[in-house]
Ligand binder design. Structure first.
Ligand SMILES: [Zn+2]
Length: 499
């Protein structure tokens, strides 16, 4: 999910990174006429004592508001009506307004020498906005308008085939996953991207406005603000991700080579050349960011592990609650305390038949203490069994930092929360199924290759994609990619990503 101001949404949604250019916009604060003095207008340098007083006051205010917004969001997500939507939007607006105010105020103390704890809190207050608006109220309104237009264009975007039938992005994504007709796949891939053309001028203006906003908070540009959240100077962060990427790159190169070979056999030289990049539209995903949907085309022979978790769950009479209880034991077996009673009383496991709810799986912490919950419409299948483990990873992490001061009650950085859940989900192996009594015998290890390839198609293939998108964004927002080259990173990234 897009990064939100800390604790803006305690619900940690687990969304496959959609990476639409407007993805960040949801967290954009609403238009506000508030104008705070910029750094340069500060006549007398503030003292550390004043800075600490400000931080403490900000922390109290945000802690209070966060509970209000959590409750409003929870009610909205569990009972979708016009009224709950309005209440939730109002709470969100309230919280956003306060966050903008505090970030701007925090910028005044940017040069004050503070102890490490307060310096970090101040940095988090300053850096909490994703797309900061300029102080000028007209520009703030213009930015809000642009964000809303971009969201609308993206959300309502569709592609119409020559027969007149039009399809939305989720529908087109199903085609990308299921079709094996290279011509149709190419048409869908290219057709969906037509929606971006009217977005371009809006996006270009958005870049100017949010950079101006970032400058008002004491950053060079938004790129520096984004890269400055990782406990190292912003300039070092890009190098650090390069260093990490180079460690994984040999595995990605092997995966790429193997998949290209299999696709070459399936489609022939004209569609998938034996060398060079893989045409991105053949990888089963609208952004070629995860390739698991083409597992059937590239599956090794004799790699079927011989069991089906969905069937095993049914055989062992697992209902939704039992699936969650089983996932809880994963964590208690690691030494964590069991989930509180309120978790079981207040979570949503089953899609209600009498009202609309947001079914997308999410993990919540309502009171920033022990009121942790999950909300999902559990299907009794293998995928959801894994998702439950992932969601509980969020809950156990949330509870682990509950004693922290409010501003620190969040992931160590914005990658960490998802990483915990995903790492836990990697432990859902055949031997785990045996341990919990679902499987009688662990398949021989030569069957692991299919399971590992499936994981790699989604997880390893995503890494260069994620890196490329972030590098592109950093460079667009700091001006290294010029406006005329804004679409430069296109087709060939699947193999050509450079560290
Ligand atoms: Zn998640």
């Amino acid at each position: 999910m897009p990064k939100l101001p800390y604790n803006f949404s305690i619900a940690t949604l687990c969304v496959a990174a959609s990476l639409g250019l407007t993805a960040c916009d949801k967290s954009m604060p609403p238009p506000t006429a508030q104008q705070e003095p910029s750094v340069s207008t500060q006549a007398v340098a503030p003292t550390p004592a004043q800075a600490i007083e400000f931080i403490n006051q900000a922390e109290r205010s945000l802690a209070e508001l966060s509970i209000e917004i959590n409750r409003a969001e929870w009610i909205y997500s569990n009972f979708i009506t016009e009224d709950t939507a309005a209440l939730s939007a109002a709470a969100g607006e309230n919280y956003s307004r306060e966050t903008v105010k505090l970030a701007t105020e925090a910028a005044k103390y940017a040069n004050v020498k503070l102890d490490p704890v307060n310096a970090r809190k101040l940095m988090m207050l300053r850096g909490s906005l994703i797309l900061p608006a300029p102080a000028d109220s007209q520009k703030t309104a213009e930015l809000a308008q642009i964000n809303s237009q971009l969201n609308g264009l993206y959300g309502k975007g569709e592609y119409c085939f020559a027969d007149g039938n039009c399809y939305s992005q989720p529908e087109l994504s199903v085609m990308m996953a299921q079709s094996r007709d290279p011509q149709k796949l190419l048409e869908v891939w290219q057709g969906w991207r037509e929606i971006a053309k009217p977005m371009r001028p809006l996006f270009e203006r958005q870049i100017e406005l949010v950079n101006e906003g970032a400058q008002g908070l004491g950053f060079k540009d938004v790129s520096e603000l984004w890269r400055g959240q990782y406990d190292m100077p912003a300039a070092d962060f890009g190098q650090e991700v390069d260093r990490l990427w180079l460690q994984v790159k040999p595995l990605y190169d092997s995966l790429h080579c193997y998949v290209r070979g299999e696709l070459n056999q399936h489609y022939g030289d004209d569609v998938v050349p034996a060398n060079g990049p893989i045409p991105a539209h053949l990888l089963g995903n609208m952004w070629a960011q995860q390739w698991g949907n083409i597992y059937d085309l590239v599956a090794p022979e004799n790699a079927d592990p011989g069991y089906n978790v969905t069937e095993l769950l049914a055989e062992h009479q697992y209902d939704e609650k039992k699936m969650v209880e089983q996932a809880e034991t994963f964590f208690t077996s690691l030494g964590f305390e069991p989930l509180p009673d309120t978790f079981w009383q207040r979570s949503l496991f089953i899609e209600p038949s009498d009202r609309n709810v947001v079914c997308h799986a999410s993990a919540w912490n309502l009171d920033n203490e022990d009121d942790i919950r999950i909300k999902m419409c559990i299907q009794k299948n293998a995928e959801d069994f894994s998702v439950i483990h992932h969601e509980l990873g969020h809950n156990f992490y949330q509870r682990a930092y509950k004693e922290q001061p409010f501003i620190f009650k969040n992931s160590a950085n914005d990658g960490f929360h998802e990483a915990i859940g995903d790492t836990v989900a990697l432990s859902i192996t055949p031997s785990y199924f045996k341990q919990i009594g679902l499987l009688e015998q662990i398949p021989s290890s030569d069957k692991d290759i299919g399971l590992l390839l499936k994981q790699a198609l989604d997880k390893v293939a995503f890494l260069p994609f994620g890196l490329m998108i972030d590098k592109w964004r950093w460079q667009v927002f700091n001006g290294q990619i010029s406006r005329s080259n804004i679409t430069k990173l296109g087709g060939n990234y699947v193999i050509d990503i450079k560290a």
